[in-house]
Structures are given as C-alpha cells and as structure tokens.
Design a protein around this ligand. Sequence first.
Ligand code: SIN
Length: 325
Amino acid sequence: MSDAAQPRRVVILGTGGTIAGRATQAGDNVGYKAGQVPVQDLLAGLPAWAGQAVDVEQVAQINSKDMTLPVWQALMARLVIHLQRPEVAGVVITHGTDTIEETAWLLQRVLQPATPVVLTCAMRPATAVSPDGPQNLSDALAVVRAPGACGVSVVCGGQVHPARDVAKVHPYRVQPFSSGEAGPLGVVEEGRLRRFRDWPRAHPDGLDAPAAGRFAALGALARVAWVTSHADADGSLVDALLLQVAQSPGQACRGIVVAGTGNGSLHERLQAALHRARDAGIVVALATRCTEGSVVGWPAQPFPDLDGLSPAKARLELSLRLSGV
Ligand code: SIN
C-alpha cells in the first residue's frame, strides 16, 4: 500500500467518565459529576488532534461505575462498523477509569481487533485547574497512529496497558493503572510510543464478527457473582445466592467467581458453601485477591481458575462463557 493509500481517519467514541466530568469549583478534583462534557468539546484546542481527519460520536455519557449491557452493546455496535471502514486507522474511546479494565477486556476478548482500539480516560474532571484528560487524549492518538498497533489497550498517565493485564490500582493519582508484574505495553513520550511488549492478539479476519454477533444478540448477560475470601469469612452470601436459585431459577446467578486469599486459598466455611453451590449447578471459578500474579494451580485446587484473570475480568469472562459468547 502506498503512503497515500494508508488509512488515516481516526474515530473517537465518547462514553463519559471523569475525562468528561464537570465540577462546580475549578479546584475540585473529587466532588464533580462524571460524564457531562461532550466528547467533541474535549478535543477542542488540542494541538495533537488539530488537522486530523476525525469522526466523533457520543455513544453514551455515563459514570462508568454504572456500565450496563445496553451501553456495551451500543459501543461495540459502533466500533464494529468503524473497524470495518478501510479508511479508519484506529479508534479512541473515552471512558471512566473505574470500569475501563472491564470494557477493555470485553472488547479485546470478543473482537480481537486488528485495527487499534485505545481507551483513554482521566482522573481529574475536564474543569480541573490542571486536567489530565487532554494529555491522555493526545497520547491515545499517538498510540493509534503507532506503526503495527493492534488490539485493545488503555492509555493513561503516559503509560499504555494491554486489555488483558490492565487494572486500576489507585483511587486518586493521575497514573492509577498497573499491568502487574508484566508491566505496561509501553510509554508515550512527546507523542512517540516506546514499546516494551507485544500488542494484544489480533483476529486473522480483522475482527471476530461471529463473536460480535453473539454479543449483540444477548438480551442479558448470565449473572455471575464475585465474592471474596477473608479472615472470619462465612458462606452466608453464597447461601443467599443459592436460595435465589431455588426460588427463581430463571433470573438467578449462574456463576460465582471467588477471589481467594494468596494462592486462591479459601476460608473453610466459604469453601463449603461454594461446594454446595457447585452441587446446585452454579459454576464456580477461582481467582486471587492479590493484586499481582495469578493462581498457581495445585493438585487439590477446589475450583478451576480462568486463565489467571483478575477477579473483575474473571467475573466478566465467566459471564461471557455462560452467555455463549
Ligand atoms: C468513571 O469511571 O466514570 C468515573 C471515575 C473516573 O473516570 O475516574
């Protein structure tokens, strides 16, 4: 392909978050309302985005703690359309930091896009004295434009994280994400990506259209609960879920992800309740509440883990599997 024929357009899809947040006082970095400023306005005056061929769409305007299946479906539907346009070099999605790791995992897991999809965000609202969103948006553009970029990643605080590993590990600082022991995929410095690791996997067909179709057709995601083992834990939450299964089987929880202590160890009372749940047909999967590493399998492991995914991603993964996606 000649240089002139290279895809150049960048699509930006807005979903809300703190990056689009508005506070009543400029100095307020915590008492703001997320998801207020139109995504189009976030680009205004950013030198990196000036003169770029850009298509801008507001898909949602929410605080990402309130993410729902219909918002995910609307986002994925628009994404699939844009990823199939040959002139599109990449897609940037603005999103809240609180559940960005789940949306990033969802999009990578279902689509595996060969065209780069970069989620970006901010820890300070757009009205802050020193907002971090503008730099993150500029860095996101550098990542979608990077040679060979593919798959889904998250850009924030100068770092690039692959969808599989990224986790929010801090409630306040402007670099709140970690990819654990694997480290970030790269860093963005003055508009240039310095890459340390491979890009996320890309589907040979450009994206996994059948999986996208299955996700689009869902009326609901299979309900999967997330419980955590801790000192003095008991099985009461799990038993309450079991009661629901007995009373209204159609709407009840079909899976449980349990975040164990350390290498997936479980309080004996919680473990007994989880065995009762499994006997009642609920699928139980194990993760660790440790923020780094993943469960190292052992012969008497009571429940399987989900490829070392974090509890948040394991919960979503089990829900996708139980939903047939
Ligand atoms: C959100 O997740 O939408 C609010 C918090 C944030 O973006 O930092």
